[in-house]
Write a protein that binds this ligand. Structure first.
Ligand code: G1P
Length: 285
């Protein structure tokens, strides 16, 4: 789930940013595959106006399969294997764009009394979505009896204004307790350089907190404010530091989208080596 994608106009004028390709696949496919690898069995996509192509992407396309089989292009059938994804997929629509907190509220009935994971559709974790951090988050959630576990990564100080930033307390190894959380602070007032990295594990108590949050200046219900309420109530809110190999690829703006595309394309076993040669030539010109 994510917002309107205005930072990626005109590319996102008539398609959701989650459907932009990174190398061979749309971003949302990497995210879904990462979740499946992390044993998530039921997935709810919170979509909205203009995002039906996400649903089309995950449908089984029998006509296309027949076309490929009849045209003796069976090898391409492998590219559609993801349609058999080992997860139940559900969709709901956020009827009005009222921010990330409100989008999560759309999943309340789906989650029921169960803890759940939130994955933002504009972040890929690890090369080709290889991160197992959601599994680690779920383990920590249980062992620390937490109300919330958030994946965080260290960002340069001048970038704190793009992320939710954590005020860290006590911890052990790869996790720390979160005392406070600030949405997009200036570097001068940022409590640390630990940025919220687009994956969260929640107890359903978060829904009550979201309902208590007042809309911000833009009329949006910030998830960060709801998590701050958890901290204020003395609940255990934990930050899990992403391991080095789990680099976060942010697709929310052009510079990092371009970088991500190039890095993933270079890692493509078939097309990567030629692309590398071509890039080296271009850079020499
Ligand atoms: C959202 C969250 C922010 C988080 C970021 C990660 O912001 O509000 O706390 O750090 O995602 O991608 P957005 O990028 O939607 O403005």
């Amino acid at each position: 789930m994510a917002g309107l994608g205005t930072r990626l106009l005109p590319a996102t004028k008539s398609q959701p940013k989650e459907m932009l390709p990174v190398a061979r696949k749309p971003i949302v496919q990497y995210v879904a595959e990462e979740l499946v690898k992390n044993q998530i069995e039921n997935m709810l996509f919170v979509t909205g106006r203009g995002k039906t192509s996400i649903e089309n992407h995950f449908d089984s396309d029998v006509d296309l399969m027949r076309l490929l089989t009849d045209g003796k292009k069976e090898d391409l059938l492998d590219e559609l294997k993801f349609e058999e994804m080992a997860a139940h997929i559900f969709y709901t629509r956020q009827r009005v764009q009222r921010g990330l907190g409100d989008a999560i509220l759309c999943g309340e009935v789906f989650a029921g009394e169960n803890p759940f994971v939130v994955a933002l559709g504009d972040s890929i974790l690890g090369m080709n979505g290889s991160s197992m951090c959601v599994t680690r988050m779920s383990d920590l959630f249980t062992s620390l009896r937490a109300s919330c576990v958030i994946a965080v990564e260290e960002v340069p100080l001048e970038e704190t204004c793009h992320y939710g930033i954590v005020d860290p307390g006590e911890g052990e190894g790869d996790w720390v307790r979160i005392r406070n959380l600030v949405e997009k602070p200036d570097p001068a007032s940022a409590p640390s350089r630990l940025a919220v990295a687009g994956r969260y594990a929640f107890s359903p108590i978060i829904f009550d907190m979201i309902r208590r949050v007042k809309p911000d200046k833009r009329g949006e219900i910030q998830l960060t404010d709801a998590i701050q309420l958890l901290c204020d109530e003395g609940k255990r809110v934990i930050a899990l530091k992403l391991p080095k190999q789990d680099k976060r690829y942010d697709i929310g703006n052009f510079p990092s989208y371009f970088e991500t595309f190039v890095e993933f394309a270079l890692a493509d076993p078939l097309y990567g080596p030629d692309l590398k040669r071509r890039l080296q030539e271009l850079l020499r010109e």
